[in-house]
Ligand binder design. Structure first.
Ligand code: PRP
Ligand code: URA
Length: 208
């Protein structure tokens, strides 16, 4: 069973409260998504394997370390784009893939419209990015596509999740660990997260 980690930190709690506020404007919403994602990144990447690397400082030679398994960041379009910029700043060697999915408004089931991944995806630690984990349909489908293209090491990083989405991903992909900034109460009749923050894509891109 994939592990669920809710990353707890006072800065995340503070920023989450502003993010959820319906009055928070697009610019601030976008900045907060990036900042929260950045605060989560240390935890999400905590177990990246290292290789020994000798380094000569101006004073002496010493043993250092470099990341051994490189990272692929895969935002789920479109809301996942709100996270990827922040992570690229701190993991500049990461390659970026894109999976395009939207939820059918009637069925709430994911519909794929785009998938382009780094060709060496099977050698990389993949981090799938999406602010929202609601029913889990989109994340589970995105992970399916990524696995079909050979990836074996995959983590899912979201900002807000519902218990239903966590369960769906854990059942579909028991090898994938999930990271959230908040585990919310559940879903409403339209499969929106409660209390959540509304439609993340609309709030990021101003399409309300
Ligand atoms: C949102 C969100 C997730 C998905 C979560 O995307 O960004 O991808 O819904 O819901 P689920 O867990 O029930 O699948 P949406 O379909 O609204 O598309 P968008 O990012 O283009 O707005
Ligand atoms: N997608 C969103 O953007 N928000 C939700 O609450 C659920 C799915």
């Amino acid at each position: 069973m994939g592990k669920l980690t809710v990353v707890e930190h006072p800065l995340i709690a503070h920023k989450m409260s502003i993010l959820r506020d319906e009055k928070t404007p697009v610019k601030e919403f976008r900045e907060l998504i990036g900042e929260i994602a950045l605060l989560m990144t240390a935890e999400v990447t905590k177990d990246l394997p290292l290789k020994k690397h000798m380094v000569k400082t101006p004073i002496a030679e010493t043993e250092g370390a470099l990341i051994e398994r490189q990272v692929a960041l895969v935002p789920i379009l479109r809301a996942g784009l709100g996270i990827v910029d922040a992570l690229m700043k701190i993991i500049p060697a990461a390659k970026i893939g894109h999976v395009g999915l939207y939820r059918d408004p009637e069925t709430h089931k994911p519909v794929e419209y785009y998938c382009k991944l780094p060709t060496d995806i099977e050698q990389r630690q993949v981090i799938v990015l999406d602010p929202m984990l609601a029913t889990g349909g989109s994340a589970a489908a995105a992970i399916d596509f990524i696995k079909q293209r050979g990836a074996t090491k995959i983590k899912l990083m979201c900002i807000v999740g519902a218990p239903q989405g966590v369960k769906a991903v854990q059942e579909a992909h028991p090898d994938v660990d999930i990271y959230l900034a908040s585990l919310d109460e559940g879903l409403n009749d339209h499969a929106y997260i409660v209390p959540g923050l509304g439609d993340a894509g609309d709030r990021l891109f101003g399409t309300m």
